[in-house]
Design a protein around this ligand. Structure first.
Ligand SMILES: Nc1ncnc2c1ncn2[C@@H]1O[C@H](COP(=O)(O)OP(=O)(O)OP(=O)(O)O)[C@@H](O)[C@H]1O
Length: 323
């Protein structure tokens, strides 16, 4: 059991895909009933959640930050909670001031987004009210690994991908469907129009795959798009990144069904590896479509490097074996 929290900041994104009106105030009130000094802030624009979370890193600030939203909100809040020391960034102003506990606040995610993959990872899809109840009555904090994109210093809670997975996230923007069905449709549409690219992947300096590539996923979280278990063996606190590379031996049309339960791994042309540093490249001189926690990175490059940040983020979840 972790120490109980004394104060909380609830950061809620009312623009997240399945946000129930009034959810943020319900969360704030439940935490107040549990004896926490609980404040609430609604996000007003992209990037706001990050700024609000960074603003919580003050002496006497909250020891719990609750992100009410989807994976984009979880990503922004996590970024705000990380100091330069956490991310290994040297260009910034150094570690920010921390709350009274002397360490960064813990993050609780409550899922009101579209994919909600991060919440699925941590809470096994427990509905948000039930997760809130558990967190309010028996909080358990664990430190999880993140991935950091070396080229821009951006950390990822879920991970990063190329190829048809990254393309699906772009395609999803034009699909009106609510919830995980949006990503399901986006994957089908992206697969329909997809051409594999010539790629190479290095893990800790060793080439693990080279050739026609359908996607690379690095993380992080086991799930992407809420439903697809792309990294079925990933463990969030083993100090390593998992990487899955899918080549062209598998028929594209079979991929969604296989990826739903992770059974693409072990099939012909699928490479699964683990390490501290992963380089993904496109080898024909053209830019790689590359996304990190749902954001497609620009400017596009031919090569990206992901390094593990072991135990960089403290998250609230159920006790081990306690889903
Ligand atoms: N008030 C706002 N108006 C418009 N967009 C906002 C607002 N506040 C936050 N955002 C942006 O909304 C985007 C979507 O949020 P989020 O990712 O949490 O939900 P989602 O896309 O429905 O879920 P998921 O990422 O799990 O699929 C984020 O990129 C965030 O920056």
């Amino acid at each position: 059991m972790s120490d109980p929290f004394t104060s909380a900041l609830v950061i809620a994104n009312p623009a997240s895909g399945t946000y129930p009106p009034g959810a943020a105030e319900t969360v704030r009130r439940r935490l107040a009933d549990a004896g926490l000094a609980a404040a609430l802030a609604l996000t007003e624009h992209p990037g706001h959640a990050r700024a609000l979370a960074a603003g919580a890193l003050t002496p006497g600030g909250p020891d719990l930050v609750v992100a009410v939203g989807g994976d984009g909100t979880a990503h922004e809040v996590a970024c705000g909670l990380l100091t330069d020391a956490d991310t290994g960034t040297t260009a910034g102003s150094g570690p920010g001031p921390l709350p009274h506990s002397g360490r960064s606040p813990a993050l609780l995610t409550l899922p009101t987004g579209t994919g909600n993959s991060f919440h699925r990872e941590i809470w096994a899809d427990l509905p948000w009210r039930a997760s809130l109840e558990r967190a309010a009555t028996a909080p358990h904090v664990r430190a999880i690994d993140l991935a950091r994109v070396a080229e821009n210093g951006v950390p990822a809670v879920l991970g990063a991908s190329t190829g048809v997975v990254a393309q699906s996230l772009v395609t999803a923007r034009g699909i009106a469907e609510a919830g995980r069905d949006r990503y399901e449709k986006a994957v089908a549409a992206a697969l329909h129009a997809f051409t594999p690219y010539p790629g190479r992947v290095l893990v800790d300096g060793e080439v693990v795959q080279q050739g026609p590539t359908v996607f690379v996923d690095v993380g992080g979280g086991r799930y992407r798009g809420g439903r697809f278990r792309l990294l079925p063996h990933s463990v969030m606190d083993d100090g390593l990144l998992d990487v899955c590379v899918v080549g062209t031996a598998l028929p594209l049309r079979d991929l969604p069904a296989l990826a739903r339960d992770g059974s693409h791994v072990g099939r012909e042309g699928v490479v699964y590896a683990r390490g501290r540093s992963v380089v993904v490249e496109r080898t024909d001189g053209r830019p790689l479509v590359f996304e990190c926690d749902g954001d497609v990175l620009a400017p596009a490059r031919e090569r990206f490097t992901l390094d593990v940040l072991p135990g960089a983020l403290r998250v609230v979840g159920p006790p081990p074996g306690g889903h």
